[in-house]
Design a protein around this ligand. Structure first.
Ligand SMILES: *[C@@H]1O[C@H](CO)[C@@H](O)[C@H](O)[C@H]1NC(C)=O
Ligand SMILES: *[C@@H]1O[C@H](CO)[C@@H](O)[C@H](O)[C@H]1NC(C)=O
Length: 818
């Protein structure tokens, strides 16, 4: 069915044509209807029954059917009403996509009449499709340099509907830079175009978002949209710009190699290659090139080599930043290096002694040294000192020069070598320091005398030593060095018993060994006192001495020597008899008969004598005191005892082995002096006879001589007595205060009392021996009465004492033997 159109002319014309066609078709048994698409199922299409003039009951009875050409039955006949209705929902765009007029055909068959009617149904379009773009988002790339007014074709939208329901108009929204132009295509289609209305700037806006809308001509109109993304393509319209016109950095000189000192940055507003800045050094000193490196990509300036303030304290560079298209900017980079205390002071010995004599005066220059520090400021100020307690000090000379001088006197014997450490420290924080060692040897001066290990030496040497025996060794050391310390020994001068000491001992010069040169005899020399000198080899030489005492130790090398009675062997050729002692027959037991006197030249035990009775004519009559040597009667002599008794006394010392001697005593037992003389006379005669000489004449001469001597001596004594008496008498007359002898006890003078006391002794022997060994002259004096006591005192072999004797000598014997 035709609806009323907006344009009347056309509609009327169509209606007219439809009426004519229907009439024509009816005449030819053909029906034509029109129905809009998308009608629900069962929608009325046309009243077939009425149009064909068929009776409704007839329709039902006669069997009427609708047959379509295709497989799908779009229409059906409503039996009750005889209306043609839609059997399916019909989509025009699906059935006839590109056909302007969409007509479906079907046949109505009336079976009872055997008639066929053709029915054509035109499907009319409704605005059921919206315009659509193939791509919902469109990308456009437009250079920022593009001139305004340029056009860029856009994709068209499509609408499946036909006629007025298809595309009618486009419009654009979103950005002032763009506008829309629509061109009519050759087929009358609309072609939208994007027009650049205003110049683009990528740096301002790199993207633009637009919305393109397409509207169809339906009522109501449907619209479809697409987004247009416009990317502004960069053009190199910006030069790089450094962030700072000048970069200034201060770096300490000890920054490690490889560190980044500064990073220069240039910004380029452009994009891509146009915005990529490469850095390069435009102007730089060659020195800086070796030390610094510029990274062309990042602009980092890194350190290639370590910095040294002392070599360069500032570097100036000019860095250029250039983008991909050659636009550039430059900047100045100043790197100033700050000093770090990285240089230790340097000490150099300009001149130094290696040896110094120990006697140099204090203040002697030993070394000259120079100190230097490369750092600046406080870091370069150097302070010098000496290490340890050394006898040296530092003196400042010129600016950086120091002198090492001795501070006091040196002593090689204490310290022979010095390692003087000179230390220099700078004023940095922390301070750096360095040191130099000055090796100094102290040379020796002969300033030390040899020193003996002991204050005095002593040694004991047994007598009878072998000649050349080592006695002792002295040792002296000298603190000096080398020749100055070479000690030589020698013997100090001296004499022993008139002979030079050097004939007794000698000292070996090198070793200090003291040797006895001869066999020493204790009986001659008891000790040797000597000096040993030690002298060093210096010039002048120094020496010292030490006392050495050599004590000679006794050995039992001397047998006891019987002094009384004279040994038989010592009496020369006539030694058949020895001393004859008198013992009165009336003697009491224990009466002293004689005393054996013996000496031993040795000392101590070796000279300690003991006496024993070895043989006697009448055993038991006499006994001998073990240590006194006194021969005493053991009992009273009897009448039957022989008148002449012979006794042998053994004298023994206590040496090891002991040495001994014998003494033979003749004792005459007599009743009276006459008998005694008779006995003695016979004994003398025997002796004289043995000597081959008339005994009587010799005895007479001897008796005469002794008597004369005794008389002379008596006269001398009397004279002495008289003199003494006279002096004593005069002293009594003198005033007591005068005289040199005042206060001295009287008993100190030899007086009459002393003489008397001596005279009272019973018996005395006077022995006078010039040399006890060589010649002996003996006077034997016996008292007339009971006892006989020989008295001889030896204080030393060389000195004699004369005991006084009584004048009443009864019998005298004298032996002279040479
Ligand atoms: C001094 O130094 C040397 C080596 O340099 C060393 O042999 C010597 O023993 C040192 N002397 C002293 C007294 O330290
Ligand atoms: C021993 O030395 C002292 C000084 O120490 C000296 O007086 C004396 O004379 C010296 N004696 C000898 C025997 O040289």
């Amino acid at each position: 069915m035709c609806a009323a159109g907006r344009r009347w002319g056309r509609r009327q014309r169509a209606l007219l044509w439809a009426v004519l066609l229907a009439a024509w078709e009816a005449a030819w048994g053909q029906l034509r209807y029109s129905v809009p698409e998308e009608m629900p199922k069962g929608s009325f299409v046309g009243d077939v029954a009425k149009d064909l003039g068929l009776q409704l009951p007839a329709l039902r009875d006669r069997g009427v059917r609708i047959v379509s050409e295709g497989s799908t039955q779009y229409f059906s006949l409503h039996g009750k009403t005889g209306h043609l209705v839609t059997a399916e929902r019909i989509d025009r765009e699906q059935l006839c996509e590109s056909v302007q007029q969409c007509v479906l055909r079907c046949e109505l068959i009336v079976e009872g009449q055997m008639q066929v009617y053709r029915i054509e149904v035109e499907i009319t379009d409704i605005n059921d499709n919206t315009p659509s773009f193939k791509e919902v988002v469109m990308e456009e790339r437009i250079s920022e340099m593009t001139a305004p007014g340029s056009r860029f074709p856009l994709a068209e939208a499509h609408d499946l509907d036909s006629g007025g329901n298809s595309i009618l108009s486009y419009d654009l929204s979103g950005d002032e830079h763009f506008s829309l132009a629509v061109q009519a295509g050759p087929g009358g289609d609309q072609r939208p175009e994007l027009v650049l209305a205003k110049a683009l700037d990528r740096e301002e806006a790199a993207f633009h978002e637009l919305v393109l809308r397409a509207s169809d001509g339906g009522d109501p109109a449907r619209t479809g949209t697409a987004r247009i993304r416009v990317t502004v393509v960069d053009a190199n319209d910006n030069a790089p710009v450094f962030s700072q016109a000048e970069y200034t950095v201060r770096v300490p000189e000890d920054v490690p190699v490889g560190s980044t000192l500064v990073t220069v940055t240039a910004n380029d507003a452009d994009e891509g290659v146009n915005g990529q800045v490469k850095y390069s050094l435009k102007k730089s000193p060659g020195k800086a090139l070796k030390i610094l490196q510029l990274d062309s990509e990042t602009g980092e300036i890194t350190l290639l080599q370590s910095l040294d303030f002392e070599e360069g304290n500032s570097y100036e560079l000019e860095v250029q930043g250039r983008d991909g298209s050659g636009l550039s900017d430059t900047t100045k980079v100043t790197i100033s290096v700050t000093d770090i205390n990285d240089n230790a002071p340097k000490i150099s010995m300009r001149s130094a002694l290696s040896e110094i004599s120990e006697d140099v005066p204090s203040g002697t220059i030993v070394a000259l040294l120079h100190v230097y520090d490369r750092d600046s400021g406080a870091n370069g100020e150097v302070l010098c000192s000496l290490d340890g307690d050394v006898p040296f000090r530092l003196e400042k000379s010129l600016d950086d020069y120091y002198r090492v001088v001795t501070a006091r006197e040196l002593d090689r014997e204490q310290v022979s070598e010095y390692n003087v450490t000179v230390r220099a420290a700078d004023g940095g924080s922390p301070a750096l320091q360095s040191s130099a060692v000055l090796c100094l040897r102290v040379l020796d001066v002969n300033d030390n005398a040899p020193v003996f290990a002991e204050e005095g030496y002593s040694a004991r040497v047994a007598e009878n030593n072998a000649a050349g025996a080592l006695v002792l060794t002295v040792r002296a050391t000298d603190a000096d060095w080398g020749q100055n310390a070479r000690v030589r020994y020698r013997l100090g001068e001296g004499r022993v018993r008139g002979a030079p000491l050097s004939s007794y001992v000698s000292v070996q010069a090198e070793t200090g060994a003291l040797y006895a040169l001869r066999s020493l005899d204790y009986e001659q020399v008891r000790e040797l006192r000597l000096w040993v000198l030690a002298e060093d080899g210096g010039a002048p030489a120094l020496s010292s001495n030490v006392s050495v005492l050599v004590q000679i130790v006794d050995e039992n090398d001397n047998a006891p020597q019987v002094l009384y009675p004279a040994p038989a062997a010592a009496l020369g050729s006539g030694g058949a008899w020895s001393g004859v002692e008198l013992a009165p027959r009336w003697s009491e037991p224990g009466a002293l008969v004689a005393k054996v006197v013996a000496v031993d030249a040795d000392a101590g035990q070796n000279a300690w004598l003991s006496y024993e009775l070895a043989k006697a004519t009448e055993p038991g009559l006499f006994r001998v005191g073990l240590h006194s040597g006194e021969v005493r009667t053991a009992r009273s002599p009897l009448a039957r005892d022989a008148a002449r008794q012979s006794l042998v006394v053994v004298v023994k010392d206590h040496g090891r082995p002991a040495l001994s001697a014998t003494a033979t005593l003749s004792v005459v037992l007599a009743k009276s002096v006459a008998e005694l003389l008779a006995e003695l006379g016979s004994a003398a005669d025997e002796a004289a006879a043995a000597a081959g000489e008339p005994a009587g004449s010799l005895t007479r001469w001897l008796v005469l001589a002794v008597a004369a001597v005794s008389c002379l001596f008596l006269a001398f004594l009397l004279l002495l007595l008289a003199l003494r008496l006279r002096r004593w008498h005069r002293q009594q007359l003198l005033p007591p205060a005068s005289g040199a002898l005042r206060g001295v006890p009287v008993s100190h003078f030899v007086g009459i009392d002393g003489v008397r006391a001596f005279l009272q002794s019973y018996s005395h022997d006077v022995s006078l021996t010039a040399d006890s060994r060589k010649s002996q002259l003996r006077f034997s004096a016996s008292a007339s009465c009971c006892d006989t006591l020989p008295m001889i005192f030896f204080s030393s072999p060389d000195v004699w004492e004369f005991p006084l004797f009584s004048g009443s000598a009864v019998f005298l014997t004298a032996h002279v033997h040479g």
